[in-house]
Design a protein around this ligand. Structure first.
Ligand code: ADP
Ligand code: SF4
Length: 718
């Protein structure tokens, strides 16, 4: 039996005019020899796939082009083995061997209807060259400015090195055109592009014609822009991505510098792409900055060049986008994260489906893919990164293949996404929620300080479900195994979530810790349910290491409690190094007056005091505490699941999904809901098989042959 067609969100391109207030966003823009179909510009962004998973990246980029982004760019593409940022996995254009993968991506973008941009990059002293073992190159003899405190120093570039760099860049431009790219970047931003190090007085104290005054510091950028133009020869457009504010005061690049650069070089590229400082600053999370945070730093720069400008700002509101264009700040609306959360954002604006926009929540789970060298993932868009390997699409899902009726128990992110996606497939779905409020942990956590935007996970799914007549939602309906039998459901997805433990078990302690009777112990569930410590002195014990410990410390401090945050890790909220928040969290807590006790474990909870142990020596100490908030591990709420699986009269299928199966992130819960819906009714591979497509490195044609002929070493050459 075949079900109804899935809701088609993509009308034929060109069909219908965009709604009047937003028509300005659909005007073409000339970028050198190119003309875009609208003002939506998918800026370069990392994805944890790069050279390892090129087919997966091609599929990802194609979906964005399909969704209406006029230009879709690659992430940074290392132009040479001296620009190797291992362990991060980006693209490479080191020699012709890299061209098939790069061409595949460009072709995919073209297939989707977009123009293909490539972000060429020589990482300079940002590249530790751990794979290539070449000597990093920088304006000065300095330790590499990489994320890992790598024990590697960059060597001050000689004139010969500069000539080499220019030649490598020219070759990379020629190869990019060979691979089919329409727009070619010169990268001097985010502290990644080595050219930025030359621009910045912080890194460039050279005394030759490439250092000293501003004109000398911009010489390398001028030369590489001119080289790129020359090789592109009007057949590809040239973009320059540049940091407009390093946030370092006089020591770094600031407004005066960028104005000077635009005054000198403003007409050299065909497009300026303005970014704010480091990647952490530019891709700020919603916990630390609002939409459009870059605006004050970018305003007025467009007036210094006749070339179009693009910039980002986690833009999801079409009204904000229109204002950016009308007020002369930007010509093109740049997006990385909003295009990850909703690759079809432009099409939804064009077709007036604003309520269907899946707005980025600003959590930086996507960034964690790059930082953990794993394929990108997104809290809002579970199809992100799964386009190739699992065949998921952000807007389409195959129609149902039976008339089954499915019960989804629990309306957290897992249950909501399962119900929504099953509903789009055309199944009859009943979603039940024990409480009055939908959203589970998302509804609760989004009321905590800084996390309001996370409610968008619920908002998007709630509106989507409301538009599906085949999905019924019942609130205040706690389901038991008996209810399920009574109503005759045959297929049940149990999405009942998880509960925070109150016995101290997590990573440090895998057995419960001693808690004196009468001690005031709270869990995050208690705090979110409105309970508060009885006394003033609170220890928040964080052995979870993601955001919640820090957020609860912030909440309680804001309410006037004296808060110590204790964690066995060396940093508070240690995993947020992967969302680029770890430093911001420590700063916020310290400024609020929270005491940070890192590398310290909680070993016992007494009344009025706690016992602590050094994570390194085990040495014990005591600290005063009227209450302990345990942010440790969670246990799945799996009672219903267990009862259903143990029932004598077996259901046709029962599965626990999301936190009810194994507690994890919100992104993991959404993904789990989507997976359930995708796989429902499908023949599933056995547990011994790899459940997705993957690419395996092609073996060298002659592994036993002579090694690559060695060129003259760089040392010999200079
Ligand atoms: P997940 O992250 O896996 O989606 P959440 O903890 O966010 O899990 O959500 C679980 C939801 O399930 C909560 O809103 C909770 O109230 C609801 N729930 C738990 N048990 C039942 C039940 N037996 N019947 C209906 N709803 C339930
Ligand atoms: Fe936005 Fe979070 Fe998705 Fe990244 S992971 S695109 S920040 S919702």
């Amino acid at each position: 039996m075949s079900g109804p067609e899935p809701a088609a969100l993509r009308p034929t391109p060109g069909e219908g005019a965009p709604p009047a207030p937003y028509d300005i966003l659909f005007e073409p823009v000339a970028i050198g020899p190119l003309v875009t179909r609208n003002r939506f510009f998918g800026v370069p962004h990392c994805n944890g796939m790069g050279y390892r998973d090129p087919s997966a990246e091609a599929a990802l980029r194609k979906v964005k082009a399909e969704g209406g982004w006029a230009v879709v760019c690659t992430e940074q593409v290392e132009i040479h083995p001296t620009s190797d940022i291992t362990p991060f996995i980006e693209l490479r254009i080191w020699d012709d061997q890299d061209l098939p993968a790069l061409a595949l991506i460009a072709d995919a973008i073209h297939d989707g209807g977009g123009l293909a941009g490539i972000e060429l990059c020589h990482n300079g002293m940002n590249a530790p060259n751990l794979y290539s073992r070449e000597t990093p190159l920088g304006p000065q003899h300095l330790p590499v400015a990489s994320y890992g405190y790598d024990p590697v120093q960059a060597r001050m570039m000689s004139k010969r090195d500069i000539a080499d760099l220019r030649r490598w860049h020219r070759t990379a431009v020629a190869r990019s055109m060979q691979a089919g790219y329409d727009l070619i970047y010169v990268y001097a931003g985010h502290g990644f592009g080595g050219i930025e190090h030359f621009l910045s007085p912080r890194f460039n104290q050279r005394t030759d014609e490439y250092g000293g005054n501003a004109r000398n510091r911009m010489r390398l950028l001028r030369e590489i822009l001119a080289d790129t133009r020359e090789v592109a020869a009007g057949r590809a457009a040239v973009a320059c991505r540049i940091t407009v504010e390093q946030g370092l005061g006089e020591a770094g690049l600031g407004r005066g510098h960028i104005e000077e650069i635009l005054g000198e070089l403003g007409e050299l590229p065909d497009l300026w792409d303005f970014v704010l400082g480091s990647w952490e600053a530019d891709s700020n999370t919603s916990r630390f900055g609002p939409e459009g945070e870059q605006e004050p730093c970018v305003t007025g720069l467009k007036q210094l060049t006749s070339k179009p400008v693009v910039g980002v700002g986690r833009f999801t509101s079409p009204d904000t986008m229109v204002r950016q264009v009308k007020s002369g700040i930007l010509d093109l609306i740049g997006a990385a994260r909003p295009s990850i959360a909703d690759p079809f954002l432009p099409e939804k604006i064009r077709t007036g489906q604003l309520a269907a926009i899946r707005e980025c929540i600003g959590c930086n789970m996507c960034v964690s893919g790059d930082f953990t060298m794993s394929p990108i993932r997104c809290t809002q868009n579970p199809a992100m990164g799964e386009e190739f390997r699992r065949g998921w699409h952000p807007e389409r899902i195959r129609p149902r293949d039976s008339d089954e009726r499915i019960l989804v128990v629990g309306s957290g992110p897992a249950g909501l996404e399962a119900a929504r996606a099953l509903g789009v497939r055309g199944y009859q779905v009943v979603l039940t929620e024990a409480t009055r409020e939908l959203g589970g942990r998302v509804a609760r956590e989004s009321k905590l300080p800084g996390l309001a935007a996370w409610a968008r996970v619920l908002d998007y799914r709630q509106q989507a479900i409301a538009a599906l007549p085949n999905v019924e939602v019942y609130r205040e309906s706690r389901m038991t195994a008996g209810d399920i039998a009574q109503f005759g459901f045959q297929h049940v997805a149990v999405a009942t979530g998880a509960a925070w433990r109150r016995d101290g078990v997590a990573r440090w302690h895998t057995q419960p810790i001693p808690v004196e009777p009468g001690a005031d112990v709270l869990t995050p569930d208690d705090i979110m349910a409105g309970r508060r410590p009885a006394g003033a002195r609170v220890v928040v014990y964080d052995d979870d290491h993601y955001y919640l410990g820090g957020v609860l410390a912030e909440l309680l401090r804001g309410e006037g409690f004296e808060v110590d945050i204790v964690t066995p890790a060396a940093q508070v909220s240690a995993w947020t190094v992967n969302t680029m928040e770890v430093g911001k969290i420590a700063r916020r807590l310290l400024l609020a007056g929270v005491t940070l006790r890192t590398s310290t474990a909680l070993t016992a909870v007494g009344t009025g005091k706690v016992t602590l142990a050094s994570a390194y020596t085990g040495q014990l100490s005591e600290a005063a505490a009227d209450c302990v908030v345990l942010v440790t591990a969670r246990l799945p709420n799996e009672d219903l699941f267990q009862r259903l699986t143990q029932r004598p009269e077996r259901l046709a299928s029962v599965r626990a999904i999301g936190d009810a199966w194994a507690p994890g992130t919100i992104a993991a819960a959404v993904w789990s809901g989507r997976r359930y819906a995708e796989e429902f009714g499908a023949a599933r591979p056995g547990h011994d098989e790899v459940p997705f497509r993957r690419e395996v490195t092609r073996l060298h044609a002659d592994p036993a042959g002579p090694p690559h002929p060695a060129p003259a070493t760089r040392e010999e050459a200079s």
